[in-house]
Design a protein around this ligand. Structure first.
Ligand SMILES: *Cc1c(COP(=O)(O)O)cnc(C)c1O
Length: 369
């Protein structure tokens, strides 16, 4: 066991002015503006991790021969820091992100970041840039945290890199839905596949995202917001919606989500929804769900609500499914803007926990500042 990471502090002399920061926090958007600082740590096969620090947010200097640029040896995470009413700042289940980062690292042949150091890195950055965490009571706002790891070794030979960089950047995030949740539309693609058995679908790596973009472009070209992917082998079992997990609410109260097949990313939100749904009296099922079950269930009324889950959107109601020769409306769009009651309740339950408005009975929150 090596010593816990100790972060050097290189505070910048030219942080954003209060006026500039306030302007960002008034209208944060998503992933556009970044805080004054970032975390970086360096790894080499010979030395292990060293030079962990909080330093000025700035472009990285990497060789054009860096392995990440050619062979996509990269992983990342995404989680949020929430300001509570008393001013404190909390992360939601960051141990889960740390564990997933660790298994993603194994899959991409990258080194491990110990869980306590991963969380220490988040805390180090949020402590320095705390003023960038949007104030309590400003709606569903947060500071989005993006840990990542890239292979920086300048070597074109194909093998696990011997030099690596770990970093964390932070970006104030506004509400995913400006004016309350609105149902999104989904394009069911059968022409592209996101992940394959034995591949990297269960790891959070940039190359999965690259593989999903043509499907997303196809969805947008067909007038939809997001894309649904099916499995690679039989091309009928639903896996994910873009970069979110998928849930079905049955009229009899069951809540069903595709089982973790090895090519599905296990969302922290997904796991939390499954637990909260049981608290709320639902029966939950993790099993295979086909595209036909979705279509038939909506047509017959057996499926009453469909939603997607992920850190950015929390829970996004799905109001329409389209595919090359069909189109289906889900739910009653004349009631509550088409957001079903189970979807709305689960969403509110998660938000109440994250923003500290209800007791954290499971110990899901970790204080960052
Ligand atoms: C990150 C991610 C999710 C959602 O995970 P959360 O931990 O809930 O944010 C779902 N699918 C994919 C492909 C992802 O990368």
């Amino acid at each position: 066991m090596t010593d816990a990471w100790d972060f050097g502090l290189e505070l910048r002399s030219d942080p954003a002015t209060t006026a500039a920061r306030t302007a960002v926090l008034d209208k944060p958007g998503f992933g556009q503006a970044f805080t004054d600082h970032m975390v970086v740590a360096t790894w080499s096969a010979d030395r292990g991790w060293y030079d962990q620090k909080v330093t000025a947010y700035a472009p990285l200097k990497v060789s054009p021969a860096a392995a990440v640029l050619h062979y996509a040896q990269e992983i990342f995470e995404g989680l949020k820091a929430y300001r509570h009413e008393d001013g404190s700042v909390w992360a939601f289940r960051p141990d889960r992100n740390a564990a997933r980062f660790s298994s993603s690292a194994t899959r991409l042949a990258l080194p491990q970041v110990p869980e306590q150091d991963f969380i220490a890195a988040l805390r180090a950055l949020v402590t320095v840039d705390e003023a960038w965490v949007p104030p309590a009571g400003s709606g569903e706002t947060s500071l989005y945290l993006r840990p990542y790891m890239i292979a920086t070794e300048a070597a074109l030979s194909v093998r696990p890199a011997r030099e690596v960089l770990f970093g964390v950047i932070a970006s104030p995030a506004g509400a995913y839905f400006d004016t309350g949740p609105k149902p999104i539309s989904i394009w069911l693609t059968t022409s592209t596949i996101r992940a394959t058995p034995g591949g990297t679908g269960a790891a959070k790596c940039g190359s999965n995202y690259a593989a999903s973009l043509a499907g997303l472009a196809e969805a947008v070209a067909n007038g939809c917001d997001q894309v649904a992917f099916v499995d690679a082998v039989e091309r009928r079992w639903l896996e994910e919606i873009g970069s979110t997990n998928l849930f079905f609410v049955y009229a009899d109260g069951r809540i069903v989500t595709p089982e973790l097949s090895g090519s599905i990313l296990e969302g922290v939100t997904r796991a939390s929804v499954l637990d909260l749904a049981v608290d709320l009296g639902h029966t939950v099922e993790e099993r295979k769900v086909s595209a036909d079950e979705w279509r038939d269930g909506v047509r017959s009324g057996e499926i009453s609500e469909v939603f997607a889950s992920g850190t950015a959107a929390v829970i996004a109601p799905i109001g329409r499914l389209a595919w090359p020769d069909g189109d289906l409306t889900i739910g009653d769009h004349s009631i509550n803007h088409g957001v079903g009651p189970v979807t709305a309740t689960l969403r509110q339950s998660l938000l109440d926990l994250q923003y500290g408005r209800v007791p954290d009975t499971r110990g899901w929150l970790t204080r960052l500042a």
